[in-house]
Design a protein around this ligand. Structure first.
Ligand code: IDP
Ligand code: MG
Length: 139
């Protein structure tokens, strides 16, 4: 299903403040199909593997601390051209630059606590989905 799916994470700030339902509604409205979904508390080790590309950047330690600070919802979402379409739906990394109506514009509280993750390319969608879901957990 490469090219037709992306990996998303509803981040701890959004889960903590009760935004999971509203965010899932936006994702549903936009026509994405949930192919896998679970609530997990990401460990430090898992966060380090997931964000290894950012190791050494000034925001890295803060990001790891934030992403392990509480439970998240991890999901595989299916859609035509899923990676690009989903990045458009979530908006810019920086909520101040995100377009009106995007998930980050609505629910991010800072660049770090920007409510949601979306894979940035098909190769990373495959990598990230494989980290979180076995074959039996995908539909
Ligand atoms: P993305 O999530 O839009 O792909 P990335 O550059 O891959 O953005 O960064 C991963 C995550 O790291 C961001 O979603 C955000 O939570 C955090 N982050 C990125 N840049 C900054 C920053 O300058 N300050 C604080 N946190 C940041
Ligand atoms: Mg990224």
């Amino acid at each position: 299903m490469s090219g037709n799916f992306t990996l998303s994470i509803i981040k701890p700030n959004a889960v903590r403040t009760g935004k999971t339902g509203p965010i899932l509604a936006i994702i549903n409205e936009a026509g994405f199909e949930i192919a896998a979904l679970k609530m997990v508390r990401i460990s430090r080790k898992q966060a380090e593997v997931f964000y290894e590309v950012h190791k050494g950047k000034p925001f890295y330690e803060g990001l790891i601390g934030f992403m392990t600070s509480g439970p998240v919802f991890v999901m595989i979402l299916k859609h035509e051209n899923a990676v690009e379409e989903f990045r458009r739906l979530i908006g810019d990394t920086d909520p101040e630059k995100a377009e009106a109506g995007t998930i980050r514009k609505l629910y991010a509280v800072s660049v770090q606590m920007n409510a949601i993750h979306g894979s940035d390319c098909d190769e990373n969608a495959v990598r990230e989905a494989d980290l979180f879901f076995s074959g039996f957990e995908r539909f």
